[in-house]
Design a protein around this ligand. Structure first.
Ligand SMILES: Nc1ncnc2c1ncn2[C@@H]1O[C@@H]2COP(=O)(O)O[C@H]2[C@H]1O
Length: 313
């Protein structure tokens, strides 16, 4: 949980103070220390220890990834037998139960199925109920100009590079116009490299829609990141990169490549059977990913799945 304060009493710090309160929510198996849950206690703590760097977080971050929501303009319109709005709602209901709530939400593309302003507007309204800062990247099903115009309202942010909890987050657009497969343009690869040069030795998480590693599914692998080798050539030069996160594959995936763990995440709607040829729909319920990121660069993750009513209750 993050409390942000900028008060007259803290003028001597001369910067807005972010206080990271140790959480007790056990995503992984690490024990957590008790710490004030009340912002005023945390402020007192800071006053007592002015030598403590004000921006130094002391707690792991909790990040939630939701992906491939495939929303339509119409709430009850179904895609392959599921109302994508209702399955997303079930995921958000579960996220709302998590206490303390996640520190940030990553939306990793294919957010609309019909590319309508209404579908993106609904996404904003649904996400807003959580009150969690959210960041997004497009997928191959998205209409980037439409989404960029609508997904710029609080709590959604247009930022694609930021630091939180000592971690650097880099969100990459891997969409190639008119293609289902992904590609990082020369400009995007250059942008990634230049961002990484500025991160020092802070741990880094990169997110992009398309999967850079094959998942042993012929059709999906035909739509993976087409120039993954150019991506790896950069990633391999920065040992501080810990995690590369993707959507697109509608299934759980985890594979190590060098010092980096590549993670794929279930969609909030339909699921694909891993290693299926051709593509086969999986009966397993929709889901999302939680990641806990510690200040020292260690991390843990898990998938949660939710049972979603396909019709209104
Ligand atoms: N988040 C991002 N993902 C992919 N490419 C990016 C990202 N941010 C910037 N770029 C690329 O970097 C370029 C910088 O110059 P431009 O803004 O003209 O165009 C930008 C994109 O091509």
């Amino acid at each position: 949980m993050t409390f942000s304060y900028s008060t007259p009493n803290l003028e001597n710090f001369n910067i807005p103070v972010k206080i990271f309160v140790k959480r007790s929510y056990p995503v992984g198996n690490r024990p957590f220390f008790p710490y004030p849950q009340n912002p005023s206690e945390a402020i007192l703590e800071l006053h007592r220890s002015p030598a403590t760097p004000a921006m130094t977080p002391v707690s792991p971050l909790l990040v939630a990834q939701i992906t491939d929501t495939h929303l339509f303009a119409e709430i009850d319109r179904e895609w392959k037998g599921l109302s994508t709005t209702r399955t997303l709602q079930a995921v958000l209901d579960r996220l709302q139960q998590i206490q303390p709530p996640p520190d940030l939400l990553l939306l990793t593309g294919d957010l609309s199925q019909d590319e309508t302003p209404e579908s993106y507007q609904r996404l904003v309204s649904l996400i807003a109920t959580l009150g969690i800062p959210a960041y997004w990247i497009p997928g191959n099903h998205d209409n980037i100009p439409v989404m960029a115009e609508i997904l710029n309202q609080s709590p959604l942010s247009p930022e694609k590079s930021w630091m939180l909890g000592n971690w650097q987050f880099l969100l990459l657009s891997s969409v190639e116009a008119g293609c289902d497969g992904g590609r990082l343009s020369p400009e995007s690869l250059h942008w990634l490299d230049s961002q990484l040069q500025q991160t020092g030795d802070r741990p880094v998480m990169i997110a992009l829609h398309h999967h850079p590693l094959p998942i042993d599914c012929q059709i999906m692998d035909g739509m993976m990141l087409q120039n993954a080798n150019e991506f790896f050539a950069i990633v391999d030069r920065y040992p501080q990169i810990k995690i590369v996160l993707c959507g697109h594959i509608h299934q759980e995936f985890q594979q190590q490549r060098g010092s980096v763990t590549y993670l794929g995440t279930p969609s909030t709607c339909i699921q694909l059977l891993p290693k299926s040829h051709p593509i086969i729909l999986d009966e397993i319920p929709p889901g999302f990913r939680l990641l806990e990121l510690a200040i020292d660069g260690t991390w843990s993750t898990k998938i949660e799945r939710v049972i979603a009513p396909s019709r209104p209750n």
